[in-house]
Design a protein around this ligand. Structure first.
Ligand code: ATP
Length: 202
């Protein structure tokens, strides 16, 4: 799996549609302070399912939508699309039936976020799982934001272990375990209700 293209529209400072081709090898983004370099990294993290406003340097999730300037009015939506070359068919099971994956996330004011994978509506969880299983994703240690190195140095052992687990590609297992526990709790509650009904009938 390899990222090949990032498209932004109305995302933070990228008010106009912007198309970045990510070529083979090392990619560097250079530019003066405030030109939007960090916003590009945030767009990557956001399209992979980041849902913490603090990780996006905002107060709320809608802060990723272009907020307007003295010369341009604010936008009503933001969209980021990430194209992934899956010719090596290394995408996790369930996402592996095509050579190219196109993930799109769009947020509209007052209407929240929606995701598409190869044109089909999918849930945030599906997109987060796709990247978590592939050892990348919104919380991947491969994406280093400003201040993160000093956070890592000062982190508690449990937080450091989480970073190693992300790198090992087992982050998705935590989410699956959590969902399995929720289903187990619901089943136990149903069983208790059945016991109550049986007791009343006896
Ligand atoms: P530095 O080199 O200083 O870290 P940078 O190139 O990484 O800068 P960013 O931090 O990515 O720049 O971009 C900051 C710019 O993005 C600021 O000018 C800020 O006003 C703009 N910006 C952030 N959010 C929005 C938004 N929602 N709408 C419009 N502009 C925004």
């Amino acid at each position: 799996m390899r990222f090949t293209r990032l498209r932004l529209n109305g995302f933070k400072s990228f008010v106009d549609p912007t198309d970045l081709v990510i070529a083979d090898g090392l990619t560097g983004v250079v530019g003066p302070n405030g030109c939007g370099k960090s916003n590009l990294l945030e767009a990557l993290r956001w399209v992979m399912g980041e849902n913490r406003p603090t990780a996006m340097r905002g107060g709320g999730m809608e802060d990723v939508i272009f907020a307007g300037t003295s010369t341009r009015s604010a936008r009503n939506f933001a969209e980021v699309s990430l194209q992934i070359d899956n010719a090596d068919r290394l995408a996790p099971a369930g996402f592996n039936d095509s050579d190219m994956l196109d993930v799109i996330r769009r947020i509209t004011r007052d209407a929240g976020s929606a995701y598409k994978l190869n044109g089909k509506d999918v849930r945030a969880r599906d997109v987060q799982m796709l990247f978590a299983d592939a050892s990348t994703g919104a919380t991947s240690p491969a994406l280093v934001r400003q201040g993160q190195i000093s956070e890592l140095i000062n982190a508690k052992p449990r937080a450091r272990r989480r970073i190693l687990e992300d790198a090992a590609g087992i982050a998705g297992l935590y989410q699956r375990r959590h969902e399995a526990e929720l289903r187990l709790n619901a089943a136990e509650q149903n069983l208790a209700r059945v016991d109550d009904v049986l007791e009343q009938l006896a």
